[in-house]
Design a binder for this molecule. Structure first.
Ligand code: NAP
Length: 606
C-alpha cells in the first residue's frame, strides 16, 4: 500500500503536468548490453509519453510482473523512452525474492552470476557478501537496482491482472486488474515468473488446523517464532530441503513428511571477502563470457571427456572433487552422459547414494532419503546445507508418506494412515504450478477471443518460447519453451528481454505496429523443443521440468508437457539472434493499426 502511494507521488512529481521535459523527449540512442550498439534511433513520440502514470489508462507497453525479468524489462523500455508501466500483484517488487521468505531461502546460482550484467556501475558498486546470497540480501539488491535506475516510478503494486484480451479492430490489448481498473496497451509483455503460483495439497480439513500453517511462498513477512515449536514440513524439493537444513536446530521437534526423496548435493556456501569481491569485479567480463558459452548459463562447464573414455578411478576422482566444490558443479561440470545414458546415470547416482549413506547415521533413514524412481540430475537438483545431517538430530523425524500417506489435516496436526501427529506449525513446501501456472491464472484471449488456457490445454506451443500464434503483440521474455527455465535465470531473462525489446525497436524503426508468430514457425519451434526431450532422461521423471504437479488437476499423472528448452543457452541465443538478423523471420509484421497483417515472411528458423 505504502509503495503504491509512494510510486504515485514520485511519478507525478517527476513529470509535472504529465508532460515530458525537453531532455526526456529527445531522441535516444539505443545500446543493447552484450550486443553490437545499434545505430538507429528510436523516437519517443510514436510510443506516447510518460505522464501521470496512475491516471493514464493507455500505455504503449504493459509489463506484467515486477520480478527479476520485469525489472530489467522496464529498465530497457525506460531507457528507450517508451511509455510503459509494470503491473505487479505483490506489494513490492522482487518476484521470487519478495515472496519466498522462508528460512534458508537463498540462491543456488553463484551470487555474482545471478546479478544483472547490464550496468558496469552496478557491477562495480554491489558487494555480494556470500557466494550464494540469501533472500533478504537478494531482495535488497533488486530494490537497489530499481531505485538506482529510477524504475520504481513505472511500477504499480497490489494490482493483480485478471484478464488481457486482444482487440483485433484496434490492435490493442485490454487489460483488467483485480481492483477493477482497465488499461489498454499496444504491447503486452508477460514477465510472470516460472515459479510464482504456489500449490497446496488437496487434503481434507486443511482449514480446521488451529496452529499456523503456510506455503513456503507465502511465508509471513514478520519473523515466525519457531523455538521450542513442533513443526511439520511437507515436501522435500529444493525448497523443503533448504527449510529443513535451516530450521532443524532451531525448532523443538521437526517432522518431515516425504513422499519421494530428491537427489541433492552440498551447496558449499561461504562468505565473499573484500579481496575476493575485488577479484570478481576484475573478472566480470570473463565470468559473463563463460556463462554465455555454457549450456546452463553458469560458470560450470561440462566435462568434455566421454564418460566411457575415462577409467572408473578417474570418474570417482572427478565426482569427489565436485561434491566438495560450491554450487551446481556436481550437476553441470559432470559428464554429459549423466543426462542421457541410463547406465552412466545409474553409476553416478549410486556414487551420490553412497555419500548419503556416509552422512546419515541411521541406515534405515539413509535408505529412505535415496531416490529409487529417478536418477541424479534428471529433476532439478536441490543444493543443501546440512540437510542430511539434520536427520542425525534427535529432534528430527522422517515420515515416509509413500508408505503411510497423509489422509487429512486435523485441528491439531496431520493424520496419516498410520498415526496422528500434533503440531504448532505446518509448512507446505509443496511446490508450484510451474511455468504455465501464472499464465493460466490470467484470462488471456487472443485473436477471435481464443483463450490461451484452451490453446495450451493439451499441448504447449510457442515460437522461441517468446511469442504465440494468435496472440499478437504479446511477448514472453521468459515464457514456456524459452531459454530461461533451463538456465541460470538472470542470464536467460537478459537474453529474452533484449530480444523482445529489440523487436519493439525494429518495429518502431520500420513503422510496424503488429507482430504475430506464424502457425508454421510455432509448430517448428514446438516440434524442435519436443524432439529434444527424446534424448534426455529427464523426460521420464515426474518433476516440474516435465509439467508434473500432483496438486493440479490434469498435471498429476506426470504426462510429459514440453515446457523446457533443452538445447542449452548458446544454441538458444544463436537461434533467436538468427531470427532477428533475418528480419524476424517466422513473425508476421503488420503496419496498419487495426488492419490484418500486411505481409508474411515465414521461413525456416531452426
Ligand atoms: P518441488 O520441487 O516441486 O517439490 C515439491 C515437494 O512437495 C516434492 O517433494 C513433492 O513430492 C512434495 N509434495 C507436493 N505435493 C504434495 C502432497 N500433496 N503431499 C505430499 N507431498 C507433496 O517444489 P519446490 O521445492 O518448491 O521447488 C520448485 C523449484 O523452485 C525448484 O526446483 C527450483 O527450481 C526452485 N527453487 C529454487 C531455489 C533456489 O534458487 N535456491 C530454492 C528453492 C526452490 P513429490 O515429488 O512426490 O511430488
Amino acid at each position: 500500500m505504502a509503495q503504491h502511494g509512494d510510486g504515485q507521488q514520485r511519478a507525478t512529481s517527476a513529470s509535472p503536468g504529465g508532460r515530458l521535459s525537453a531532455s526526456e523527449s529527445k531522441y535516444r540512442q539505443i545500446r543493447i548490453a552484450g550486443l553490437t550498439p545499434r545505430q538507429h534511433i528510436l523516437r519517443c513520440a510514436p510510443f506516447g509519453f510518460r505522464g501521470r502514470l496512475h491516471a493514464m489508462k493507455h500505455h504503449e507497453v504493459i509489463v506484467i510482473g515486477a520480478g527479476v525479468a520485469g525489472i530489467y524489462q522496464i529498465k530497457r523500455l525506460a531507457d528507450l523512452g517508451i511509455d510503459a508501466t509494470v503491473l505487479e500483484a505483490g506489494s513490492n517488487l522482487g518476484g521470487t525474492w519478495q515472496w519466498n521468505r522462508y528460512p534458508g531461502a537463498r540462491f543456488d546460482s553463484e551470487s555474482y552470476t545471478y546479478g544483472y550484467s547490464f550496468s558496469r556501475e552496478l557491477l562495480e558498486e554491489w558487494h555480494w557478501k556470500e557466494r550464494f546470497s540469501g533472500q533478504p540480501e537478494n531482495l535488497r539488491y533488486l530494490n537497489h537496482v530499481a531505485d538506482r535506475f529510477g524504475l520504481r516510478k513505472y511500477m504499480q503494486f497490489n494490482c493483480r491482472v485478471e484478464s488481457a484480451h486482444y482487440d483485433e479492430a484496434q490492435n490493442l490489448w485490454h487489460v483488467r486488474t483485480g481492483d477493477g481498473r482497465e488499461f489498454t496497451c499496444r504491447f503486452l509483455i508477460l514477465t510472470l515468473g516460472l515459479l510464482s503460483i504456489p500449490t497446496l495439497p488437496r487434503l481434507e480439513g486443511m482449514a480446521s488446523f488451529k496452529g499456523r500453517s503456510f506455503h513456503t511462498f507465502d511465508w509471513p513477512h514478520e519473523p515466525v517464532e519457531m523455538a521450542g515449536k513442533r513443526v511439520a514440513v511437507i515436501g522435500t524439493g529444493a525448497t523443503g530441503i533448504q527449510v529443513i537444513g535451516e530450521i532443524a536446530d532451531k525448532v523443538g521437534e521437526l517432522t518431515v513428511f516425504q513422499r519421494r526423496p530428491n537427489w541433492s548435493a552440498p551447496l558449499n556456501n561461504g562468505p565473499i571477502s573484500d579481496a575476493e569481491m575485488a577479484d570478481i569485479r576484475r573478472r566480470y567480463d570473463e565470468i559473463f563470457a563463460t556463462c554465455a558459452r555454457t549450456p546452463g548459463g553458469f560458470e560450470h562447464e561440462p566435462d568434455r571427456r566421454g564418460f566411457y573414455e575415462v577409467t572408473r578411478e578417474e570418474r570417482l576422482a572427478l565426482w569427489g572433487k565436485l561434491y566438495d566444490e560450491p554450487g551446481f558443479g556436481i550437476w553441470l561440470r559432470n559428464f554429459k552422459e549423466i543426462f542421457t545414458d541410463e547406465k552412466a546415470n545409474a553409476e553416478f547416482s549410486e556414487y551420490i547414494a553412497q555419500r548419503i549413506r556416509q552422512r546419515v547415521k541411521d541406515p534405515k533413514v539413509a535408505e529412505k532419503l535415496i531416490p529409487r524412481d529417478h536418477g541424479f540430475g534428471v529433476q532439478r537438483v536441490p543444493l543443501e546445507t546440512g540437510y542430511f545431517e539434520a536427520y542425525n538430530r534427535p529432534n528430527v523425524h522422517l515420515v515416509d508418506i509413500s508408505e503411510t500417506p497423509i489422509v487429512g489435516v486435523t485441528e491439531t496436526g496431520l493424520r496419516t494412515t498410520e498415526a496422528d501427529y500434533d503440531f504448532d506449525i505446518i509448512v507446505y513446501a509443496t511446490g508450484f504450478d510451474a511455468i504455465t501456472g501464472a499464465f493460466d491464472k490470467i484470462d488471456i484471449q487472443g485473436v477471435g477471443a481464443e483463450r490461451l488456457a484452451d490453446k495450451w490445454r493439451t499441448t504447449i506451443s510457442t515460437f522461441l518460447g517468446m511469442m504465440i500464434h494468435g496472440f499478437p503483440n504479446m511477448l514472453m521474455p521468459a515464457g514456456p519453451q524459452s531459454g530461461s527455465a533451463s538456465t541460470n535465470y538472470p542470464r536467460g531473462i537478459e537474453t529474452g528481454v533484449n530480444w523482445c525489446t529489440d523487436l519493439l525497436e525494429y518495429m518502431s524503426a520500420n513503422g510496424y505496429s503488429r507482430a504475430e508468430a506464424t502457425a508454421e514457425a510455432e509448430k517448428r519451434w514446438t516440434d524442435h523443443v519436443t524432439n529434444m526431450y527424446a534424448m534426455m532422461l529427464m523426460r521420464k521423471a515426474k518433476s516440474w521440468f516435465t509439467g508434473y504437479n500432483s496438486n493440479v488437476p490434469g498435471h498429476e499423472q506426470g504426462t510429459v508437457r514440453y515446457l523446457v528448452y533443452n538445447g542449452g543457452a548458446p544454441k538458444y541465443v544463436n537461434t533467436i539472434n538468427a531470427v532477428a538478423a533475418n528480419g524476424y523471420e517466422g513473425i508476421v509484421l503488420g503496419a496498419d493499426r487495426g488492419a490484418p497483417p500486411a505481409a508474411s515472411q515465414p521461413t525456416a528458423v531452426i
